[in-house]
Write a protein that binds this ligand. Sequence first.
Ligand code: ADP
Ligand code: MG
Length: 698
Amino acid sequence: MKNEHSQITDIFGINVFNDSVMRQRLPKTAYKQFVAIRKGQGDFNINIADVIANAMKDWALEKGATHFCHWFQPMTGLTAEKHDSFISPTPDGKTIMEFSGKLLVQGEPDASSFPSGGLRATFEARGYTAWDCTSPVFVKGKTLYIPCAFCSYTGEALDKKTPLLRSMEALSKHAVRVLKALGESDVQSVTSTLGPEQEYFLIDRDFYEKRLDLVLAGRTLFGAPSPRGQEMDDHYFGTLHERIAAYMNDVNTELWKLGVSATTQHNEVSPAQYEIAPVFATVNVATDHNQLTMETLEKIALRHNFVCLLHEKPFAGVNGSGKHNNWSLVTDTGNNLLDPGTTPHDNMVFLVFLCAVIRAVDKYATLLRASVANTGNEHRLGANEAPPAIVSVFLGDQLNDILEQLAAGGAKSSRKGGDLKLGISTLPALPKDCTDRNRTSPFAFTGNRFEFRMVGSKQSCSGPSFVINSIVADVLSEIAGALEKARDVRKEAQKLLKKIAKDHQRVIFNGDNYADAWVVEAEKRGLPNIRSSVESIETIMDKQNVDLFKKLKVLTKQELHARTEILLEGYAASINIEALTTLNIAKRQIMPACVEYSGRLASSMSIVADSGVKCSSMQKSLKKVCGLIDELASGIESLEAAVSKAQGISKPNTQARAYRDAVIPAMSSVREAADLLEALVDADLWPLPSYAEMLFLK
Ligand code: ADP
Ligand code: MG
């Protein structure tokens, strides 16, 4: 029997038309041409596309595929696909399987039914998909998937991938300029890398199906707290339950076949919460892979009679889910530009890139914040389980010390880690990192990369990634400009580092980001703290951001404006769904149960009274239940009024504000009364599975 190890290497990437398959199946010259195109050093022509398409089709047919699809990422944050078969009829009434270069490189989905933020009217339907040849095609089920960008007839980006690819080019261009100026002349390109840690919940499918709120809104809109929550700290990294381990195993197998290098898995802090992380990859590929990961987590869950919840806050009172986006920069010569080495104080390349990131994060803090603004994340940021809405950078002792030295004139030394001795002769001495970790920081340096921890669990990685790429590219272009002009490059670099270290000291925070004291301190430092998603989205069109994206050719003003509208409309639409679902459940499930229960109480009371016994506690209970029923009823009325008022508003930001200011509080009142009732009403009558059942029963 084969061992586990060789089984993994056997299946890894078997459904991917990757480099080794291409080398095998393409004529040598075509392969070479394609590699050049993929590096941005050649143009696509139809002949090469035909050759590749044909080889792809033969390979896909061998894998059992019958269809192909252009797989793209519209602004819903999800993926989209329309399948066409390889079938091509012949004049003699038969069919052959065909796939042309034209079909490979370009598709034409109807663009009018995707969110466009006003870029497209419903009648202006034409849109195009274009093959992103830097992310490999793969077979899933019976279909060949072709990762694509998606734009309108007039060329505006209508998707999440286009700005990401554009930001990668901008970043590479300016990073290379900086490296060349610093004497690293062999570097041709720089790519950003991403390793997204993905959190999720798993609950039993039976419970899920009894909760319309989970089905329609992705989170519980009702639910009294479970007597047990996460206070025992016993779930994080706990032993994997057998049913969960079997699920994770299936998820991994499926992902490995698709070339997704799923590697880390563990229980997370909240009961029923888990995490999966891949080995990092180029940012656009990692983004595609994260979409596949989310989809696979959901799909495989059903096979195991679970449902996977990717919402940022499925349950009140326990931690929600995020995505930790580990981000770095690597040269085509294989050098991680954020690797400090053993003596970071004299590693000029590292210091320049480190300082570029620090300046970028401080300069564009509100944009970074806006890249994670959505309704789900609003429950997390600043709620003592996730970083606050204040953007700050954690550097740790060693780099903090170096930054202080830089600000004072120049860095002369680096602190060392040393060994950790546990005083037990049979245990090894542990090499100690030169810096501790900080789990509360939104933007933490973690040894050779930054970890952006504010990202929501169900968000596409694209938005936060193209923002980080762009803001860093912008600062690198400033630095490159100064270095290219300088007579003494090292001196100029020292001057720039000193200035950045001084100017942006305020964004460095190595303490506890969850503490209230930090909110006060951050305000003193003048750091923005934008709690509300709506207000955060409203900052996107600030001139500084418009200029940034325009200069780097990542997004035009119109494209950026469209995205802002989509975010605001998405905010309003999702709160609207939550509100209508709240009303539906409150009126049709919770109220009837409560009425039934009060009736039962009342009749029991009168039977007891008839027997000559007076029971005051029953009377008290009945009064309490009826009082809460009244509260629930008036809450329902207020929520109905607030929703219909909000629905009537046409201006996207006014409407989003109405949902935030009037609808959300009204929803909370309904929930408050209902949750109190849940604690009183006969459990057999209660129509919804409880928090305790959902979070603890496997
Ligand atoms: P943590 O200890 O922060 O929970 P994990 O091991 O769960 O870390 O995840 C760390 C993630 O960071 C992995 O996806 C890993 O591949 C990724 N990572 C490591 N190095 C880099 C890098 N240079 N660029 C981007 N991501 C990286
Ligand atoms: Mg982790």
